[in-house]
Write a protein that binds this ligand. Sequence first.
Ligand code: XMP
Length: 510
Amino acid sequence: MHELVIVLDFGGQYNQLIARRVRECNVYCEVKSYKTDLEEIKRLNPKAIIFTGGPNSVYLEDSPKVDKAIFELGIPILGICYGCQLMAYTLGGNVEAAENASEYGMTETEFNTSSPLFKGLKDKSVTWMSHTDYISKLPEGFKSVAHTADCPVAAMENTDAKLYGIQYHPEVMHTENGTAMLRNFLYEVCNCSGDWSMSNYAQTAIKNIREKVGSGKVLLALSGGVDSSVLAALLSKAVGNQLTCIFVDHGLMRKNEGDEVEAAFKDWDVNFVRVNAGERFLSKLKGVSDPETKRKIIGEEFIRVFEDEAKKIGKVDFLAQGTIYPDVIESGSGDAAVIKSHHNVGGLPDYVDFKEIVEPLRLLFKDEVRQLGIELGLADYLVWRQPFPGPGLAIRIIGDITEDKIAILQDADYIFREEIANAGMDKDINQYFAVLTSMRSVGVMGDSRTYDYTLALRGVTTTDFMTADFARIPYDVLAKISSRIVNEVKNINRVVYDITTKPPSTIEWE
Ligand code: XMP
């Protein structure tokens, strides 16, 4: 069993980021709602508890609170932003709104480096602040160990009680040494040993899967995305060819992608079934131009194809699912999960004859899934794949879909990706792809007039895909891409670059 740190979520926007940072320090960490029962916390026996920030003011009646007894458990606690104020307020300090003491953004901060939190770090550096309330009086037993020009308590501590609070956000990258401060809390205050690493995790997961699965059969729907590919690799290491992967190729993948996914698993010990269902999907999509209808058709057909294949295999014992931690995380406000649900294609195939579900990635963040993939020796191509929507190119061809349009888009998108890689930008742009607008315009090629498609290029930088900025691809890279596309791909005579942010646009065009 790993040592555990609990992040108690008070509705802050960085709750997952805090947990990821703790894990980067090699300490396993879970996010729980601030409503988590004290008895449950005791049962989990964490090495530490971290209170997140949150949008409320502690002195308001309906703002989230904690049972005061949490401070008497003897478990070290670190409060961040709202969490810090809550600690001060609950223990008898004063928290007030004050015009002069509210701070936003990068703030020069001075630290008392004799505090274990700041041990070995600079006594002056920049922190990321975002607060209107401030601690005007410390609770008994506490002293201030950092301040800014406007804020007398940027950090506080009660070393005897192992209680610490910081007003800024150590988890965001704008806070200089933020991760080092969290590391100090974990190692200097909480005496963590740091037993969380992906190689440990791989070994434990393989052992647990073997115990659970025994000699049973496992079935997995492989999409070729990062999560399902890493899952396939992990299960293959654990139970070899007791695993069957069904890879439904709906014919709406990017150029060569179906073959690449198949090739990546060629040497793995696994039953790999590729279903080339392109024609089946295309016939269902014929004449359909509404985006949501396309999604629905593809989702349903996907399940149907999978079902047909699964029937051939017959009874299995386990169905594997690539659920990852952000899909299951409890949030303080309870809203986080809803936003993404419309993106899930398909759903649980409950018609497949199986006993139980295995979800060995359930505890991992996306970047940990990637690390696990590397640890397991999965092809780089799959580990670093950019997100690709379940409905594939169907939602990147505006309007109705034909075989010709798919081929045009695949060729153009391929050139775009190739040139982005040539420019060394493939890991900096979080998602980039071509869109066939289906709009035609007049052009001239050689001596003839053309009347052909306009292709749009989309490239975004984002951390969470909820908001995004358009990627600043240099003009000369765009020029090369544009010139290659109009020269090499038939039926495209115009290329445009999408320079809208999300919101108000979305990342995909449909
Ligand atoms: P939007 O277009 O909503 O996209 O800004 C945000 C992220 O979600 C992906 N996306 C989808 N993924 N099925 C999926 O599996 C879908 O129907 C779908 N629609 C959008 C999109 O590629 C981006 O990463």
